[in-house]
Write a protein that binds this ligand. Structure first.
Ligand SMILES: [Zn+2]
Length: 414
């Protein structure tokens, strides 16, 4: 038997754009609807079971109903029998099974983290997704063998859909295609009507091999004036993708609000209001553009850092405090430090690099040459960009000095 996903050593996720034909698009949309329907069916059954269990007297009719619902809950075939439209040839029982699993996971998540809330009805929206398991019948795994598999770098075979064109697959995967197992895949339609596929991959060998300079460690200081400064004195300026496009976005959002209001006034449903829908897609496109630019930037910077060093040290984010300052909150959300640190963490694993975060306490106020700590009214404020140490006389650029201290704290952990 081929090894299960859970028993493999390394995981890797890829996201690809899908280019379905119009027939395939129809099938995908049907499956998204069926997946949501099955999920909501589970929510409804559990709600009814809950209220039936409140009836403490053993009444036969109630007991029968409970038994029936419990059977229905655990039986995909029964769901298909009750709702004949679900049995359309293009809807997979796999999709429904997977939706049921998602529902059970939502409960499991609620039991672990109460904040996540109990599973609720999924409303019909402009976007949606469904999941498909990947099955291997033979003993071997590999990108070219499962029920969902690669034909070549640009084409996949997906169960229920057949051959479909993709973009964004990664060349390096194909160099050891035979040892990679494809896990559950998610097919998603976004608010602008584009289709994407996320694929979980597992392997017993690492996905990436790199040779890098020995013993290169770097500390990074994330700050407001620039995106980051490293301990070698390199400065990466803040990207301005958002500021530029913000005015444009606000304007289009105002138009959208106006059209929503007009449709409401004329008692038309938003779903069929054509001008509103056109505008909605326009706004979604702008938001998508901002998000993509930001992500590209963060990927570029994080990959460069991880690939070129064997240790990267950053501060723990103290945004809880910083977010109290409104102007700062805006730029923090804007630059995406949290996402950035997340990227560093997972890429470090991928590229066999050590990534650690340290307590930011005094990293700015300490002289990296002699260790003197500025205190009292000597303390540096946000506007002090450069300073001279009163004890040893060393001249410091504030962020560069902080990055050196961050590196030292990280090295001290080893
Ligand atoms: Zn000093």
């Amino acid at each position: 038997m081929a090894k299960k996903m859970a028993n493999l050593n390394y995981y890797f996720g890829i996201k690809m754009r899908l280019f379905p034909s119009s027939a395939q698009r129809q099938i995908i949309d049907n499956n998204i609807n069926a997946s949501r329907f099955a999920y909501n069916e589970m929510v409804a059954i559990d709600k009814e079971l809950y209220s039936l269990h409140q009836v403490k007297v053993p009444i036969a009719i109630v007991q029968d109903r409970i038994a029936y619902l419990q059977r229905r809950k655990n039986n995909t075939q029964m769901l298909f029998a009750i709702h004949p439209w679900l049995a359309g040839t293009d809807i997979r029982t796999d999709v429904v099974d997977q939706a049921r699993r998602a529902y059970q996971n939502a409960w499991r998540m609620f039991r672990q983290v109460h904040r996540s809330g109990v599973p609720v009805f999924h409303r019909k929206r402009d976007n949606g997704s469904y999941q498909l398991p990947t099955r291997y019948t033979k003993t071997e795994v590999g990108l070219a063998n499962g029920s969902n598999r690669f034909l070549d770098k640009r084409h996949l075979i997906l169960s229920g859909l057949g051959k479909i064109r993709v973009s964004g697959s990664q060349k390096r995967l194909f160099s050891h295609a035979d040892s990679i197992r494809v896990g559950t895949i998610t097919i998603r339609c976004d608010a602008t009507g584009r289709y994407f596929l996320s694929m979980m991959l597992g392997s017993d060998t690492p996905f990436v091999h790199t040779a890098k300079p020995a013993q290169a460690a770097v500390g990074i200081d994330l700050n407001i004036d620039n995106f980051l400064t490293d301990s070698n004195g390199n400065v990466i300026p803040n990207p301005h993708y958002y500021r530029v496009i913000k005015g444009q976005l606000a304007k289009q959002q105002r138009i959208l609000a106006r059209r929503r209001l007009r449709a409401k006034k004329e008692h038309r449903s938003l779903r069929t209001a054509r001008n509103y829908q056109k505008q909605r897609i326009m706004v979604a496109n702008i938001q998508c553009k901002v998000a993509n630019r930001r992500k590209n930037f963060l990927h570029l910077v994080s990959t460069a850092l991880i690939k070129n060093h064997d240790m990267v040290v950053a501060e723990e984010l103290r945004s809880q405090n910083m977010l109290r300052n409104h102007a700062l909150a805006m730029s923090i959300a804007d630059v995406g430090w949290r996402t950035f640190l997340g990227m560093l963490a997972y890429k470090a694993e991928l590229y066999d690099c050590q990534f650690v975060t340290v307590n930011p306490r005094n990293t700015t106020q300490t002289c990296s040459d002699c260790g003197f700590v500025m205190a009292g009214d000597q303390k540096l404020t946000l506007t002090d960009r450069e300073w001279t140490c009163p004890q040893c006389g060393a001249f410091h650029i504030r962020d560069h000095n902080a990055a050196k201290n961050i590196l030292a704290k990280g090295l001290a952990l080893n």
